[in-house]
Design a binder for this molecule. Structure first.
Ligand code: GDP
Length: 647
């Protein structure tokens, strides 16, 4: 496999050479630059395509097309829409109005517009590349030894054997191996922080070390970590840890990995794997060597004669130093006194430190450094770009702040299924990433099979199952959806509180279903661009089961406390246990003290029996719901806040 990889890369290099020759023969520069367009929106004239952001106002659209705003307002009225000159328009209306003047519309999002701007500012005739060290992130299940491994490597700097090692935690560090080769580690273990950065657009790492404890084996977060690493396009290396333990069973871990489709190298597979102990250090040298071998195959290179760019890994305020940020350089050579912008934050670098606290005068690609000089605190995951002159950098930061404010005002969600469907109808949907969480392994298989079949049937849209597992919807699922611009699909499961908050914050859509057929139909329709109304369960009451009683002739009665909304006799109810729906039925008996009642409101206790269900348990949550028909484009009624399990 590795040979093959190498060969493929050689072939690509050949192509590159050919391309270079062609360019030289035709006298073209290696990288051509479009004329910098200051007011890019005014100069969109290629064909009859208007490039607009989703935040365009009627007035702006009018001036773009060179028609009087009044005329556009009149046209809108004819189309049945009342709009004012400063009002921002819906996608559909923009398209309709443009069509009136024979324009086609191409929507650009703010982010890609900013990226374009960056590219346009850059003029480089011949890019000069250097090899760069791999950036490695350590992931795995909790307590499997991620922190210990990072500590061990940091403390010993294993092979170079530098005395004292690295004492500071700055979010990333670099170690040098005997042959002088370097590896950069992200010093925040786990996939959560990593994916949060990725959700901000950062592509920081190249390789993920997935730590699996040899005594416990593959656990839920091991699978999660693998999905996160894969979704980020990282190469994966398995480190089977804790082999010093008497009950370590590394072969069983390899077996489990094989069952998941990850055949490790000593089992004849393609995945790099090393048995280690993060306590004794056994195998760690070998692990690092293997990481380097993999990195070599990846041929990691970066241009250095460009304006430096990279990502913020961590930022905080430090006494005496002001705002301090750890960054990893992606391209170019970063030096003190350079002006830069990260997100909306401006900095003129004052001092650069390495992870050992030494001052440095330049940082090459793949290197982490701490910099001071930020006027405000940037966020982890922000991309930074250096500018030639300070004024321009400040301008860019301000411009971005304005755009960002606009974006917040019109807080647009990430992809929703409804939008996906709209895009599919317009032929603009290439990919539909989903994160799937379900109640049992049986339904996981059934749903996955049905979805894969949809994928085969539909050639235009690729349905991508980024992660699929059993259990309630967690924050990590939501962040993975945010980073993949995908949707979380739940079958008979509910998000926990953190997941709901994250979904709200990151504007990720969570859709939950209770019938497999409905789930598949909805996704199928979305992929085909069909927008049909669907039935949605809207929660109207939440009650906690605090006690259960066996009552003759009735069955098990749940002694409940109604937390929110109300329970109604004859109403539908889900029984939710650990975020998973274990039963759906009807309330056939509802009592306050000894009396039958029609409904019980929040703040009161009651006795509930659910028709045909006598397995209710203390700690269960009863979710009373109504079924509402939601048309495409309509908001799903929120009802009361839905179930959030105390985990
Ligand atoms: P994390 O949650 O993955 O970061 O796990 P930690 O690094 O905090 O380790 C969890 C526990 O496992 C700690 O008590 C460590 O001392 C222990 N541990 C980690 N690696 C090893 C190892 O290689 N051998 C043994 N015996 N214990 C380990």
């Amino acid at each position: 496999k590795k040979d093959k990889k190498k060969k493929k890369q050689i072939e690509i290099d050949q192509q590159q050479v050919q391309a270079n020759i062609r360019q030289i023969l035709h006298g073209q520069p290696t990288k051509t630059k479009k004329k910098k367009r200051k007011q890019r929106e005014e100069t969109q004239d290629e064909g009859n395509v208007l490039e607009v952001t989703e935040f365009i106002t009627l007035g702006e659209l009018a001036s773009l097309m060179g028609v009087p705003a009044n005329e556009l307002i009149a046209k809108s009225l004819q189309l049945g829409k009342m709009v004012t000159i400063n009002q921002r328009l819906e996608r559909e209306l923009i398209e309709l109005l443009a069509a009136e003047y024979d324009y086609e519309v191409s929507f650009v999002d703010v982010k890609s517009q900013l990226e374009e701007e960056e590219k346009e500012e850059e003029v480089v005739e011949d890019l000069e590349y250097v090899e760069r060290p791999p950036v490695v992130v350590v992931m795995g299940h909790v307590d499997h030894g991620k922190t210990k491994l990072l500590d061990y490597i940091r403390r010993t700097n294993v092979i170079a054997g530098e005395a004292g090692g690295i004492t500071q935690h700055i979010g990333a560090y670099q170690v040098t191996l005997e042959d002088g080769k370097k590896i950069t580690f992200l010093d925040t273990p786990g996939h959560e922080a990593f994916t949060a950065m990725r959700a901000r657009g950062a592509q920081v790492a190249d390789i993920a070390i997935i730590v699996v404890a040899a005594d416990e084996g593959v656990m839920p977060q091991t699978k999660e970590a693998i999905s996160h690493a894969k979704a980020a396009g990282l190469e994966i290396v398995f480190a089977i840890n804790k082999i010093d333990k008497p009950n370590a069973r590394p072969e069983r871990v390899k077996q489990q990995l094989a069952e998941m489709g990850y055949l490790v190298e000593d089992w004849g597979g393609e995945y790099t794997c090393q048995e280690i102990s993060a306590i004794t250090g056994q195998g760690v040298d070998e692990l690092l060597e293997k990481v380097l071998i993999l990195a070599e195959l990846m041929e990691l290179k970066a241009p250095i004669n460009v304006k430096p760019k990279g990502y913020i890994i961590e930022a905080s305020q430090k006494k005496g130093l002001g705002n301090v940020a750890t960054v990893i350089v992606k391209e170019g050579i970063l030096k003190p006194r350079m002006p830069l912008v990260a997100g909306v934050h401006f900095a003129k670098i004052r001092i650069m430190f390495d992870e050992r606290g030494n001052r440095v005068e330049e940082a090459y690609p793949g290197t982490p450094v701490r910099i001071t000089g930020f006027e405000s605190l940037p966020d982890a995951g922000d991309k930074f770009v250096v500018y030639d002159d300070e004024r321009r950098a400040r301008e860019v930061a301000q411009h971005r702040e304005r755009l960002l404010r606009e974006q917040m005002l019109h807080a647009k969600s990430r992809l929703t299924l409804d939008e996906a469907s709209q895009k599919a109808a317009a032929g603009e949907l290439q990919e539909l990433p989903i994160i799937l969480k379900v109640d049992t392994y049986g339904s996981l298989e059934a749903i996955r099979d049905a979805l894969l079949k949809l994928n085969e049937e539909n050639e235009e849209v690729a349905l991508k199952i980024v992660h699929a597992d059993v259990g309630q919807i967690s924050e990590s699922d939501v962040m993975l959806a945010a980073a993949s611009n995908g949707i979380v699909i739940g079958f008979q499961v509910r998000p926990n509180l953190q997941a709901r908050e994250a979904a709200e914050r990151e504007k990720v859509e969570i859709r939950t279903y209770s019938v497999i057929y409905d789930l598949i139909e909805d996704i199928k329709n979305a992929m085909e661009g069909m927008r049909k109304p669907r039935e949605v369960q809207v929660p109207v009451g939440i009650a906690e089961v605090r006690e259960t009683f066996k009552i003759k002739k009735v069955g098990t009665v749940a002694g409940c406390y109604v937390k929110e909304g109300k329970l109604v006799r004859g109403g539908k109810v889900n029984v939710v246990r650990n975020g998973v729906v274990v039963y759906t039925g009807e309330i056939d008996s509802l009592k306050r003290h000894k009396d039958d009642v029609k409904e019980v409101k929040a703040g009161l206790e009651c006795g509930v029996h659910i028709k045909g269900f006598n397995d209710v348990k203390k700690g269960d949550v009863l979710e009373a719901f109504e079924i509402v028909l939601v048309k495409p484009g309509e908001e799903v009624p929120k009802g009361i806040a839905s179930v959030s399990d105390s985990e």
